[in-house]
Design a protein around this ligand. Structure first.
Ligand code: LLP
Length: 415
């Protein structure tokens, strides 16, 4: 077998193993293969041997994943104080941690500025003059990186094309002024940053390149020698069985040529690419019925938009397989897989060709490792699922299944 295959498809998972895990840990269950996470990191390093690689923690902040990634040697890009806290607790050295402030709540700034006092190698990235003022008010004079708004976005859905969303970053023509502002406050301006969006595919190579070229132009206007240029993350993975994997070498070539005139360390910060195909979601069929038109079957399962929100939120496609032991002997029927939440959007997959579903069948939802459990929520008072980590063939519980008590524990009752 190829050592680090470019894609791990849902069909590459051992169905026997998945059934064993569902028996042991119950469903819905997230399974993360930490060996695959490491392979994915190795694939990123192969394409970007000259870059500092940060893992975008937001894709999956489970302690199991963070520890594996930290041990493998990557740094961490964190979107909140909570992510910084979890990353450092899981073993990331603060000098390898970048906190990216996006309209940050006061508590986040309090936390990271305090941490930066103890750990001055921590880097804080901000994309608004206001945030620079607020950092200075807290006495921050550490490592500062400016987030630039490149005006070009790309990604699998318009809602994740951050590069063209003015909520993020400072336009290039204001970058020098904000850098000077940070310097006047005594901050050490070490880098610039831009992120084109999430889920960049081979069709987006041009937009990605333009963002990096834009960054290079901005760098040339700045009154400072930079330590690094962070070109963000966003590297897409194939979700459809027919999709080709992203040509990461082509992305890397583009980045290198766009930054040819810039004398600074390259930083990349992918999240999805580390974890997406390292995770599956297991869910059990509890209801089988025909849709009113009688054209498709409806398979009701115990996971839904509270477990994996991507299909409901972005119309995202995740491959689904019926991994019941005798599924191969059954007829294939058009089937929609729907969850237990009282919302019409609670669909995991529409009109899929699946071996005839029966109550009790185990279904596996592929590419669930990124923005899966991380975006799980408790709507409908539905406890969030458990997660299991696989490592060198061994399974261990990474996150226990929540109970209703976990949901109500934070409520305050006035008797
Ligand atoms: N860096 C920054 C500044 C980001 O905003 C993001 C993602 C990343 C890195 C990592 O992007 P990635 O390599 O994972 O594509 N929930 C959505 C994705 C939102 C991503 C937001 N920012 C989804 O499920 O598709």
């Amino acid at each position: 077998m190829e050592e680090n295959p470019a894609i791990r498809r849902l069909s590459d998972w051992s169905e026997t193993r998945l059934r064993g895990l569902a028996d042991e840990y119950d469903t819905p269950l997230y399974v993360t293969d930490l060996d695959r996470v490491r392979e994915n990191y190795a694939r990123i390093l192969d394409a970007f041997p000259d870059a500092e690689v940060l893992y975008a923690v937001k894709a999956n902040a489970g302690r199991d994943v963070l520890s594996a990634v930290a041990d493998a040697g990557a740094g961490a890009e964190c979107a909140s104080a909570g992510e910084v806290e979890r990353a450092v607790a899981a073993g990331f050295d603060p000098e390898d941690v970048h906190y990216t402030a996006v309209n940050p709540p006061a508590e986040d700034l309090d936390y990271v500025v305090d941490l930066a006092e103890e750990e001055p190698a921590l880097t804080i990235t901000a994309g608004a003059a206001d945030t620079v003022d607020r950092l200075a008010e807290r006495g921050f004079d550490g490592r500062f990186c400016l987030r630039v708004h490149p005006g070009v976005g790309a990604g699998h859905h318009e809602d994740v094309a951050t590069g063209a969303d003015a909520k993020f970053g400072v336009p290039g023509d204001r970058a020098a002024a904000v850098v000077e502002q940070a310097q006047d406050y005594g901050m050490d301006v070490v880098g610039v940053h831009a992120h084109v969006g999430s889920g960049v595919s081979n069709d987006d190579l041009e937009s990605h390149r333009r963002v990096v070229e834009y960054l290079a132009e901005v760098v040339s206007t700045l009154p400072v020698d930079l330590e690094f240029v962070d070109v963000g993350g966003g590297f897409g993975v194939p979700y459809h069985e027919s999709e080709e994997p992203l040509d990461l070498d082509a992305v890397a070539d583009n980045v290198r040529s766009a930054l040819a005139g810039v004398d600074a360390q390259l930083v990349v910060e992918p999240g999805r690419y580390f974890v997406a195909d390292a995770g599956v979601l297991l869910t059990e069929v509890n209801t089988v019925k025909a849709d009113p038109a009688g054209e498709t079957l409806i398979a009701g399962v115990d996971a839904g938009m509270t477990t994996l929100i991507r299909p409901a939120l972005y119309d995202a496609y995740h491959p689904i397989a019926n991994v019941a032991a005798d599924a191969a002997d059954r007829s294939v029927e058009p089937t929609s897989v729907v969850g237990p939440v009282c919302e019409s959007a609670d669909v995991l997959g529409e009109n899929r060709d699946l071996p005839l579903v029966e109550r009790g069948d185990l279904l596996a939802v592929g590419n669930a490792g990124a923005y899966g459990i991380e975006m799980a929520n408790q709507y409908n008072s539905r406890p969030r699922p458990a997660a299991v980590a696989l490592e060198a063939g061994d399974a261990s519980l990474a996150r226990r299944r929540e109970t209703v008590a976990d949901i109500t524990d934070t409520e305050v009752w006035q008797a």
